[in-house]
Design a protein around this ligand. Structure first.
Ligand code: ATP
Ligand code: MG
Length: 242
């Protein structure tokens, strides 16, 4: 589904990504872990078009998407949630998701014609049910709890009907209960999605991903199953120990 080939992102003299090769299969939940500054968010920024890589290639469903701007990447059905929340606080929960559903117009879709308002609202309601916010649709987004806002953000991403969803630290700042809820949510939505997740909470990572990629100073340090990664002395040295 997604492949990077010798992906490099330099900021001045800093190699934020250095010859990164990753291959994510359709339907997979892949976790990206690594210490602060390892290049995890930079990888997401390159995949979603926020940054133009210095060199290398990004292939999505066989198509070269390297260096495309964010709106064109979005049309390829790649969505993300940000490390910092991205919602419209003054709009209702339903409006937040409806606007995202409205903006959806993927080239691959069979529904090329304009969608009716009721279709969009139905889609928005389905998404709110999926992210556990069905009872909150008329609430202002600003009035949601932190955890609910993070769920709403995932809902906004889902409303664009992505095939690949990139989640950057979705449990950041969440309570234990909220974290458990979001893990359940990610499992639920993963049935017809490919998910890339950057996450520091190892319990979350181990519970969701079958394959983990470890970044360190912009390079892939290790890749393997949760058991392999936990037992890898190099990973323990740079990451798991801290
Ligand atoms: N736009 C930018 N301009 C210059 N340097 C940047 C930029 N974005 C990231 N960097 C640098 O690139 C390196 C990788 O940063 P990145 O944000 O990708 O790390 P990360 O793995 O997401 O870390 P964290 O776990 O703290 O979120 C860091 O040294 C960072 O300071
Ligand atoms: Mg980051």
């Amino acid at each position: 589904m997604l492949r990077t080939e010798r992906l490099c992102m330099r900021f001045g003299g800093l190699n934020a990504l250095n010859n990164v090769d990753v291959a994510i299969h359709t339907g997979e939940i892949r976790a990206i872990i690594g210490p602060n500054g390892a290049g995890k968010s930079t990888l997401f920024n390159c995949i979603t078009g926020v940054l133009r890589p210095t060199s290398g290639r990004i292939l999505f469903a066989g198509e070269d998407i390297t260096g495309l701007p964010p709106h064109r990447i979005s049309r390829k059905a790649i969505a993300r949630s940000y490390q910092i929340t991205n919602i419209l606080p003054g709009a209702t929960v339903l409006e937040n998701v409806r606007i995202a559903a409205q903006s959806r117009h993927h080239a691959w879709s069979l529904l090329h014609h304009h969608r009716s308002y009721t279709d969009v609202i139905d889609r928005a309601r389905d998404v709110l049910a999926a992210v556990g916010l069905a009872g909150k649709e008329d609430e202002l987004a600003a009035n949601l709890s932190h955890g609910e806002q993070r769920n709403l953000e995932i809902g906004i991403a889902l409303a664009t009907e992505p095939r690949l969803l990139c989640l950057d630290e979705p449990t950041a700042g969440m309570s234990v209960t909220e974290t458990h809820a979001i893990v359940a949510l990610i499992r639920r939505i993963a049935t017809d999605l490919t998910i890339l997740i950057v996450e520091h909470d190892m319990e979350v990572v181990m519970g969701l991903a079958r394959t983990i990629t470890v970044l360190h100073y912009g390079e892939v340090l290790a890749e393997g199953t949760p058991t392999q990664i936990q037992a890898d002395p190099r990973v323990q040295e740079v990451y798991l120990k801290s």
